[in-house]
Ligand binder design. Sequence first.
Ligand code: KIV
Ligand code: ZN
Length: 517
Amino acid sequence: MNAQQPRRIKIFDTTLRDGEQSPGASMNLEEKLKIAEVLEKMGVDVIEAGFPIASNGDFEAVRLVASKIKNSTVCGLARSGRRDIDRAAEALEPAASKRIHTFISTSALHMKFKLQMEPEQVYRAVIDSVSYARKFTDDVEWSPEDGSRTDHDFLCRCVEAAIAAGARTINIPDTVGYAIPTEFAALIEMLFNRVPNIDKATISVHCHNDLGLAVANSLAAVQKGAGQVECTINGLGERAGNAALEEIVMALKTRQDLLPFTTGIKTESITRASRLVSSITGFSVQPNKAIVGANAFAHESGIHQDGMLKNAQTYEIMTPESVGLGRSKLVMGKHSGRHAFREKLKELGYGEVGDNTIQQVFARFKDLADKKKEVFDEDIVALLDETVAETSERIRVVSLGIQCGSKGPQRAELTLEIDGKTVEATATGNGPVDATFNAIKALFPHEAKLQLYQVHAVTQGTDAQAEVTVRLEENGRTVNGQGSDIDTLVASARAYVHGLNKLLTKRQKTAPAALSA
Ligand code: KIV
Ligand code: ZN
């Protein structure tokens, strides 16, 4: 290694695979593609797009992402069986650059109770799965699931065998988020010292956050030679989640003095990616979350504000602009024209939006600008997301009238368009939201149960747009619907209808838990 050159760390994003395994975070095809496109623009090296054998939906998502993404490697997950690997290979077939990621548990606990396999059988499965995957691509990654709790001798044997069988990346997972940084760093160091062919592969790490140590463990591993980090936007993932991409990348960028490594990430895309993932999954970001929380760059106390005014570095270790929170060049208001609006969309990273969509979003923007003093970038992103979501929907909210307040009863008068036909209903309920949802049920009877109702203000101020997320469950399927409007109840109706539209599109997903190796 050249001492002058900082080592380049590959960023492997698994938001669409491990992230989607968070209960309630399921995403449809279009949403997965939208996230993949943002990850590609951001400069992510590898996008793990799904687990193709898990369901037809996962298969289609990996295939779609593989066919559209050109600048990142697209990866599909597979257990060690040949059917899994065949399915992953088939889904990845259109990819410009593809990777098969195959895994099997190696800890004594997992082998005995989960796999009910002897270590020698597992060892043979490692060799068979990696060499079989190599028939489809040179880019094969192998993971020993529960790696951090695996006997060191057995782990070294399996890693050596996987590399000899053709794995170019060896990923060491802390599957249950049990490790602590010194221990995890020592594990990586041990592998570098003991596995004779270790220099033939990139060592990757995949840390879960059960003890809140996923990022610390990943960085400790990088310091010991790991060349790839697996992570997710907002730290989404099984249970307490995975290491957060934004935290890993910004720690590497901010602490070059102690972490002299580079990544290919355009950090200015971080905020956009975080908001997109949060709005699609309905997993809101806690206000004090590092890097992407609403308060991450807010300075409230007088002493801090005073320091900031004198020199921003007194309390700011990285700039808001560096994560994409910069002040916009174009300020939009009711006098802004179509040309400025198009430029604004480009500035926000939506250069490729079609004329029809621009026309519709522009009309909505004018409407909003009439009602609201200032139209922020976040408002425009919400309007665009809303318009794009509505274009292919069978049910559409036309209008909503509400009677509410302390005197009751709360009543909703709702007009929907269902398959092109306009229908109207009036309903009452325990509050205006309940009345609105009852009116939707009257017009479009369904069995879906509401599991989550969440309101979030897109910007500050009492005239801010409300962004509502609902989670609906029907026959074991869960979807998230989003809607935004200056009126919280209209946003609620749109979110509910958005969720229903998603339920109407056929997609069967088998719970990944039932499929683990
Ligand atoms: O956490 C884990 O062990 C995994 C593997 C499939 C890499 O997600
Ligand atoms: Zn995982």
